[in-house]
Design a protein around this ligand. Structure first.
Ligand code: MG
Length: 384
């Protein structure tokens, strides 16, 4: 017994506005198509997958589908949905005896639903997952705006995918579908052939992404959790150096000793941002053994770290920085420091917090021999 899945992604589905068919829109870092493929690829009970794409997109189809654990073929679709399903079926191995047909635009399909459909197809021959309607259902004749009838709600079920078939039955339905009028789902062809189509419980979450609201809901549901990074820096304070924090020069008789400009705000922030992105640390990207970084302005390192964060697929959402310094008072300079950071990492200034703190005379910082800074950065995933 071998299970094959045909994922239909051949629609042009431009209802969502943009030039990109909806199955290729990004939801939380992966396309809707990839999420649908992944839902089946992770099932031990699935043996192979065929993805049906618009003919002009088959050439780079493997890239669009991505790497899979199970054998996965990409084929060109036909004019109508039922033509695409037939072409997908023809690409399944001969030993496949249970076939699932799934809309690529349903990325929320879950493991339990897939199991129910596979078991149901084995036992009953043809199954459709469906959910009962909750709203009262009215009939309104086409082109009119007056209700002609209230339909008994307990007879109405909303069909979903994947729909499941013994292979012999879907092969028969495909032959009918080649000549028949357009069918909006696959089991309806089996119904016309007189097969008993059994309902298995669907899932309310298994929506077909059709409208802008659906797309937003899908993006919210798949949004990865934000990430957090922390950073810390300390420099000795010596005479003859200027005190610079996020590029802002603070009038004082001492400044940080260091290979670079000793900008502790930027250095702590760089580590927080790189840490949040899982992209190493300041010493790895800007080693102090490299003459390129001698005297490098902190804001320059901050801008470079921000580019590393972006290329890792993340974006800074907010930062919080504490500067620990006995003298001078930082309060008059905090607004300028926040604005300088905001300008470089492209975060609204209300997402940039900078606080000054003394060390109550304790330790080297308290004795005015050093300046330290702590930073936290919150990162969110960038949309591909
Ligand atoms: Mg430093």
């Amino acid at each position: 017994m071998s299970v094959g899945v045909v994922i239909v992604a051949a629609g042009r589905g431009l209802r969502l506005g943009g030039p990109v068919p909806k199955q290729f829109l990004d939801v939380g870092g992966l396309t809707i198509l990839r999420r649908s493929v992944e839902s089946f690829d992770r099932q031990a009970s699935v043996d192979e997958i065929v993805v049906v794409l618009p003919p002009d997109l088959v050439a780079d189809g493997a890239d669009r589908v991505g790497a899979t654990r199970r054998p996965c073929r990409v084929v060109a679709g036909g004019e109508r949905r039922q033509d695409s399903v037939r072409l997908g079926l023809e690409a399944l191995s001969p030993d496949v005896d249970v076939v699932l047909v799934h809309d690529a635009a349903r990325p929320f399909v879950d493991d339990g639903l897939i199991d129910r459909v596979i078991q149901g197809a084995r036992e009953h021959g043809v199954v459709v997952p469906a959910v009962p309607v909750r709203d009262t259902v009215k009939r309104v004749p086409p082109g009119e705006s007056v209700v002609s009838e209230t339909i008994a709600r307990d007879e109405i079920w909303l069909a979903q995918t994947p729909q499941g078939f013994r292979r012999a039955i879907i092969a028969e339905a495909a032959v009918l579908g080649a000549d028949a009028a357009t069918a909006t789902d696959d089991v309806s062809l089996a119904e016309r052939l007189g097969h008993a189509v059994r309902v298995v419980p669907g899932n309310e979450r298994n929506i077909k992404v059709t409208t802008e609201d659906d797309l937003n809901a899908a993006r919210a549901a798949f949004a990865p959790a934000p990430r957090v990074g922390t950073g810390y820096d300390l420099h000795r304070l010596v005479e003859g150096r200027s005190l610079v924090l996020a590029g802002v020069v603070i009038p004082f008789d001492k400044g940080p000793l260091g290979h670079s400009d000793g900008d502790v705000v930027c250095h702590a922030l760089v580590d927080a941002m790189l840490g949040g992105a899982g992209a190493g640390d300041i010493g790895q990207h800007f080693p102090n053994t490299d003459p390129r970084w001698k005297g490098a302005p902190g804001l320059d390192l901050l801008a470079r770290a921000n580019a590393v964060v972006a290329s890792s697929g993340w974006a800074v959402a907010s930062v919080d920085v504490t500067v620990v310094l006995e003298r001078p008072k930082l309060a008059p300079h905090l607004a300028a420091i926040r604005q300088a950071i905001a300008d470089v990492i492209d975060v609204p200034v209300d997402g940039i917090s900078v606080k000054g703190k003394t060390n109550e005379g304790v330790d080297a910082v308290g004795r005015g021999e050093a300046i330290a800074s702590h930073a936290v950065a919150v990162l969110t995933r960038r949309r591909a």
